[in-house]
Design a protein around this ligand. Structure first.
Ligand code: ZNH
Length: 145
């Protein structure tokens, strides 16, 4: 299902970006721009405003966790659904995250990656990343009925 270009591009992106920074920025954006996503992170403490979210070390740590989750998919590009089976069950049955939110975070990740890659974020690269993240979103939503 992946072309050589898509495969190489995804591996290349994830080898270049700083997980900590991209994860932190993307999750921060998601929590600021789509404030209803904050409800899942009540145990993270103060998410009172954008500055509080940005300065919250638990948000930073969780951004990194999400990026490490994505790295698993990069390493298993041909079996993303099975790789994410447990993660999908966790998000649906325990965390009760509305799966619509996966798309929102994926879009925030795209925006941050675009800003990091700059001129290297061509239309073809955008399309490859978009496709990869769409597969992630679908795999995470797989265990929802
Ligand atoms: Zn999530 C968790 C991934 C999205 C919410 N996550 C998690 C983890 C991971 C992830 C890896 C860890 C797990 C364990 O521990 O085992 N996510 C992910 C991804 C994505 C996501 C990859 C996409 C892209 N999430 C999401 C969203 C939300 C969430 C959108 C909401 C809104 N998660 C969550 C929570 C949790 C998680 C709440 C838990 C946290 C803690 O507890 O700390």
């Amino acid at each position: 299902q992946w072309t050589d270009f898509e495969r190489t591009t995804i591996q290349d992106i994830f080898s270049k970006i700083d997980y900590e920074s991209v994860g932190h920025q993307a999750l921060t954006r998601c929590l600021v721009v789509y404030p209803w996503t904050q409800r899942y992170f009540s145990k993270f403490g103060n998410l009172y405003n954008a500055a509080a979210i940005l300065g919250n070390p638990k948000v930073a740590a969780h951004g990194l966790t999400v990026m490490r989750g994505l790295e698993k998919a990069v390493k298993n590009m041909d079996n993303i659904k099975s790789t994410y089976a447990d993660l999908s069950v966790l998000h649906s049955e325990q965390l009760h995250v509305d799966p619509q939110n996966f798309r929102l975070l994926a879009d925030c990740i795209t925006i941050v990656v675009a800003s990091v890659l700059g001129a290297n974020f061509t239309a073809e690269v955008q399309a490859a990343l978009q496709k990869f993240l769409a597969v992630i979103v679908s795999a995470l939503g797989k265990q929802y009925y």
